[in-house]
Structure formats: C-alpha cells, structure tokens
Design a protein around this ligand. Structure first.
Ligand SMILES: C[S@@+](CC[C@H](N)C(=O)[O-])C[C@H]1O[C@@H](n2cnc3c(N)ncnc32)[C@H](O)[C@@H]1O
Length: 315
C-alpha cells in the first residue's frame, strides 16, 4: 500500500479522526476570534451555523451523562429504548392482558424499576431491556391466583426483587422462593463461564442484598441453594402451590423440559408460568422443550409472548 492509499484507508481515517476533530475545533476558534477582532458582522446563515454547533456540543455533553446512566458500560447491555421495540412490547403486553392502558403503565413502571435496581444493586438483571420490562409488567396484569412466587435460576436475585415490587404495586403481598446453585458464575451448559460483565460475584450474599432493596417481602424471601432437578431441592420447596413460576435456570432443552414437568406438579390452578428466553435463537432448546410439552398431555395453555418470554396458564 503506498503512503497515499494508506492515508485514505478506513483504519487510518478512524485513527486520525480525533486529530482531525481537534484541528477543526482550533480553526473554528480562530475564525470566531478573527471575526470578533475585525468586527465583521456575521450573516444570518453564519449565526445559524454557529448556534447549531453550540447546540450539538451541548447535546453531546448531555448524551455522555445519559450513556453513563443507561449505556452498556459496566453491565454489558444497553438500557436505551427504541421507539419501535417499545411500541411492539406495548402491543404484546396489551394482547396478553387485554388492557392497553395498563400495559403502557406497567411497562413504564418496570423500566424505571429496572434502571433503579441496576443503579443501586449488586450485579444486574439478565437479558434485554424489553424482555425484562415485558416480564415485570405482564405478570401482575395476568392476576395470578395466589402470591406464592417461585423463580428457578436467579443469578443476582434482582429480577425477583423487581417482581416483588411490581406485585406490591398491584396491591399484592408476594412471598418469594428462589432456587439457584450460586456457583460464583452464571452456570449454563454449553457456554463458557466468564466473569460477569458487572464484575460482581454470583452468590447468595449478592442476592440477599438485592432482595433487601424490595423491602420486607424481599428480605423474607426463601432461598434454596441447589439445582432445580435435584430431588432434595424439589422436596425442600414443594411444600406449597405456586401462583407464579419463573423458569429461567438451565437453558438446555433437557433442563427446560425437566423444569416444566416439575412446574406442572407445583403450580396451583390458574397459575402463571413464565418461560424466559423463549424463541431466542441463542437458546433453541427452550422453544423445543415447550413445544414438546404442549403437544403432549399438559395442564398448561400458551397465552402468548412478550419480547423473549412465553406466558402459560395452568388449568
Ligand atoms: C439467565 S440466569 C437467571 C437470570 C435471572 N432470572 C434474571 O432475570 O436476572 C440463569 C441462572 O440459572 C442458574 N442455573 C443454571 N442451571 C440451573 C439449574 N439446574 N437449576 C437452577 N438454577 C440453574 C444459573 O447459575 C444462573 O444463575
């Protein structure tokens, strides 16, 4: 590559952009002060251009602050919301709940809660923003038959903390049970177990801290360390019927099939079962396992989906 084409390559352009920006800014400053010195009156177009430059500078500055609050830094995923995805989520939650106004209200409340919990808590809530807001917003609207909630696979316990708060906002008195191996990292067959993007350890201590953010009902949560398929784990928490079961543990087809089979036994009539990461191309086994169950003899009816979560109702 000769020196001319080297200078014009996209890599060089990207590398040199900060230098070019600096030169532009210096030229602009010198032109402005020259105009001031000579007393030449700026044309209306020049004044408009100058105002535009100032506005863009102010916006860039604000964007930086906004990025720190909602951007992917420190959690690996952005919490910025796109208009089309939000509209789509409203219609999915409205289709599930039959109430468009309530759908919009709950999704907005869930979004603010998500940002608040991730700002104050240890770790993060797993998954995309629309998926989290869809689950948190929809569950109370489906009017679960009792307040017993079971979450299979909790990571940092922060989703459960949010769900407790959303249920309370709906006048409910949630009682929470959580099952997770707390392996120090997010256990998932077939994936490498990297440190979490937040840098926080996945342990029971973090979960307790996050649950405390949800007030007395969060602090009173029952936490069972273990794998959901283990008979001892199941025996320890199968002492009651659940009105809400969130299946978000082992994401393999076999693991989901096992959890759904268990859910059939411990769900009270009318219970809501939420299956996370349903129809996610990254986790094909989840949809396969649900389709398989719905083809056979089951108490569950498929109500619909919101973002990447399927909602079922037990007969
Ligand atoms: C996707 S994360 C859960 C995210 C959490 N529900 C949330 O919304 O933030 C999956 C969790 O399930 C746990 N897990 C993996 N296999 C499990 C099993 N067999 N039983 C229970 N939990 C399991 C993982 O260690 C991890 O903490």
């Amino acid at each position: 590559m000769n020196s001319r084409s080297l200078l014009h390559s996209s890599v060089s352009r990207r590398l040199l952009r900060p230098v070019a920006d600096l030169i532009d800014q210096r030229i602009e400053r010198q032109v402005r002060s020259a105009v001031r010195r000579t007393g030449v009156r700026a044309t209306p177009a020049a004044r408009d251009a100058e105002r535009l430059v100032r506005d863009v500078e102010a916006l860039r500055h604000r964007q930086l602050t906004f990025e720190l609050l909602l951007g992917p830094g420190g959690r690996g995923v952005s919490r910025m919301v796109g208009e089309a995805s939000l509209e789509h989520l409203y219609s999915e939650v409205a289709a599930l709940s039959g109430d468009r106004g309530a759908a919009e209200r709950n999704v907005a409340a869930a979004f603010r809660l998500l940002v608040a919990l991730e700002s104050l808590g240890v770790g993060r809530i797993a998954g995309g923003t629309m998926n989290i807001c869809g689950k948190l917003g929809t569950i109370p609207l489906l009017d679960p038959p009792n307040d017993e909630i079971l979450e299979i696979g909790t990571l940092y316990g922060m989703f459960s903390a949010g769900l407790v708060r959303m249920m309370e906002r709906d006048g409910r008195s949630p009682s929470l049970t959580i099952v997770d191996p707390f392996a120090g990292v997010q256990l998932q067959p077939g994936t490498d177990q990297r440190t979490d993007p937040t840098g926080a350890p996945v342990d029971e201590h973090a979960v307790r801290t996050n649950l405390a953010l949800a007030g007395p009902a969060g602090a009173a949560a029952r936490i069972r360390r273990g794998f959901s398929e283990d008979p001892e784990t199941r025996a320890a928490v199968s002492d009651r019927g659940y009105g809400v079961i969130v299946v978000d543990g082992d994401h393999s087809a076999k693991g989901v099939a096992r959890d759904l089979e268990w859910a059939e036994e411990i769900a009270v009539p009318g219970a809501i079962v939420v299956l996370d990461d349903y129809d996610d191309p990254g986790w094909p086994g989840i949809k396969d396992a649900l389709d398989e169950r719905l083809r056979g003899k089951t108490r569950f009816t498929f109500l619909g989906k919101a973002a990447r979560s399927a909602f079922l109702r037990a007969a």
